[in-house]
Design a protein around this ligand. Structure first.
Ligand SMILES: [Zn+2]
Length: 63
């Protein structure tokens, strides 16, 4: 969903996909908690951080 995609511009440009619990930096999937880019998007979008803390469990559940 396009509404879940956010571009975060810092030293490099990372794209956060809140709908798929992923960020192009890769840390979100590896660490299981939102990376700094994701957190920024979650807060900016007014969402709840706790909804994104255990993404791997959610992904497995919905497969
Ligand atoms: Zn990131």
């Amino acid at each position: 969903m396009a509404a879940d995609l956010f571009e975060v511009h810092s030293i490099r440009t990372d794209v956060v996909d809140l709908g798929h619990f992923s960020c192009t930096c890769g840390r979100w999937r590896v660490e299981g908690i939102p990376c700094a880019h994701a957190l920024q998007c979650i807060i900016t979008d007014g969402r709840l951080i706790q909804d994104f803390i255990y993404p791997m469990l959610s992904i497995l559940f919905y497969r």
